[in-house]
Design a protein around this ligand. Structure first.
Ligand code: FAD
Length: 395
């Protein structure tokens, strides 16, 4: 999709394009038009008179469009909306990817189409092909954004750049010779009949399952089982039921072998061709094809692009206030899967969408705008809302 339309209620006099020096003043700029950016924009749209815009480096839902063709949502979509329970993958309360896509486990392309549909349907002010190259925080508050389409000033900034486009390509020596999950457009196009996959969580298992389904022999190297029934319940820590089910099917097919207790230390190239994967305990595995990395993304994901504007903890995570604002730069908010508060990990859409209203409400109040349309309604995000549930409790 191209830009849905220029900035909402923006300064029309300053709009020229596409690459000329453009200076506009917005109340709020949202960077990124993925699930977090589109969901945030839908929440901001409820604030009357707010001048906001969404800047997207590529297309709406760009990261989803880059998923491997075989990848499907692991969280199921289901139209439970009329009974007060939003679709798990929806970015606003009334919509339902299950209805829009007709799929319980949508593909990346289907989900990107759903986001683009919402942007169009709600007339969201999204500007595509507009990468934000740098951000300067102004001493008196507000931000100057340098973008591929000119400069922009914003009173508040919501950073929603995700993590998928920021893979960790060097988790250990030799990893740059490997093939990262996020570099694969279609497993069918990956050559070879046998593969070593490193990483035993969602992306490693997804790679292994899809390669096995294509008839390839796969060896999955995992530190530990993330599907132990005695493990934690939180899908941010344990493999989802959808992936467990697919994993058991792949094991049953005899095309998938799982090796546990493997801490990969390096990958080296053999002079005769091929690759050797070295574990910390001295074991090694040889493979003709580049090993596949299901080892994750850089800590902080897209927030690293403006690293100086955040405080970082010892684990390399962004430190946020209770309102998801940067503790270093007032007026800067983080939306999306890197949001964490103590033990609460917001890395799924059904989790991080619960923060959209909170951020929009905070900004509206700061600007003295009417935020009543954002007040929590009948609990469309589910009866537990934002509570501390649900690890080890009776429900
Ligand atoms: C294989 C896989 C399966 C998953 N399955 C599920 C699932 O089933 N359910 C679920 O809830 N979650 C799932 N996730 C996680 C989910 O995809 C992410 O949490 C979600 O995409 C995050 O949304 P986002 O909007 O924060 O990031 P993204 O969707 O990555 O969007 C960020 C956007 O920001 C843009 N951008 C980046 N930098 C800039 C810049 N400087 N200027 C302008 N634009 C920029 C990007 O182009 C992109 O469009 C899965 C993830 C993976 C990798």
């Amino acid at each position: 999709m191209s830009a849905a339309r220029p900035f909402h209620d923006a300064d029309r006099a300053g709009r020229h394009g596409p690459r000329g020096p453009v200076t506009r003043r917005l109340d709020v700029a949202v960077v990124g038009a993925g699930a977090a950016g589109i969901g945030m924009a839908l929440a901001l749209r409820k604030v009357p008179g707010l001048r906001f815009g969404v800047l997207e480096a590529g297309r709406v839902g760009e990261s989803f469009r880059r998923w491997p063709a075989q990848t499907r949502f692991i969280t199921p979509s289901f139209h439970s909306n009329p009974f007060g329970l939003a679709d798990l993958n929806a970015v606003n309360e009334p919509s339902s990817p299950a209805i829009y896509t007709g799929a319980e486990h949508p593909s990346g392309a289907q989900y990107a189409d759903y986001l683009a549909f919402l942007a169009q349907e709600h007339d969201l002010p999204v500007v595509c092909d507009c990468k934000v190259e740098s951000v300067a925080a102004l001493p008196g508050g507000g931000f100057i954004l340098s973008t591929a389409q000119g400069r922009l000033e914003a009173g508040f900034l919501i950073w929603a750049t995700g993590e998928y486009q920021f893979p960790d390509l060097s988790p250990f020596p030799g990893a740059r010779d490997c093939l990262h999950y996020a570099q694969v457009a279609d497993w069918q196009a990956v050559p070879g009949r046998g593969h070593v996959v490193i990483g035993g969580y969602e992306s490693g298992v997804d790679a292994a399952v899809n390669l096995a389904r294509l008839g390839r022999a796969v060896r999955l190297l995992a530190r530990k089982s993330t599907w132990d029934p005695r493990g934690p319940y939180d899908p941010s820590l344990s493999l989802s039921p959808y992936s467990r089910q697919r994993l058991y099917e792949a094991v049953d097919s005899r095309r998938l072998e799982i090796v546990f207790g493997v801490d990969v230390m390096a990958v080296t190239r053999a002079s005769a061709g091929g690759y050797r994967v070295h574990a910390g305990d001295g074991r090694f595995w040889d493979t003709a094809q580049p090993p596949v990395l299901g080892t994750g993304f850089i800590g902080g994901g897209g927030a690293r692009q403006i690293a100086d504007l955040w405080e970082w903890d010892d684990a390399g995570r962004v430190v946020l206030t209770e309102a998801d604002e940067s503790t270093r730069t007032p007026g800067l908010f983080l939306a999306g899967p890197q949001v964490r508060h103590d033990q609460r990990i917001y890395c799924f859409i059904y989790k991080f969408r619960q923060r959209f209203g909170l951020i929009a409400q905070g900004i509206a109040q700061c600007l003295g705008r009417d935020a009543s349309a954002l007040a929590a309604g009948a609990g469309a995000w589910g009866p537990f809302g934002n509570s501390e549930c649900c690890e080890g409790c009776a429900c």
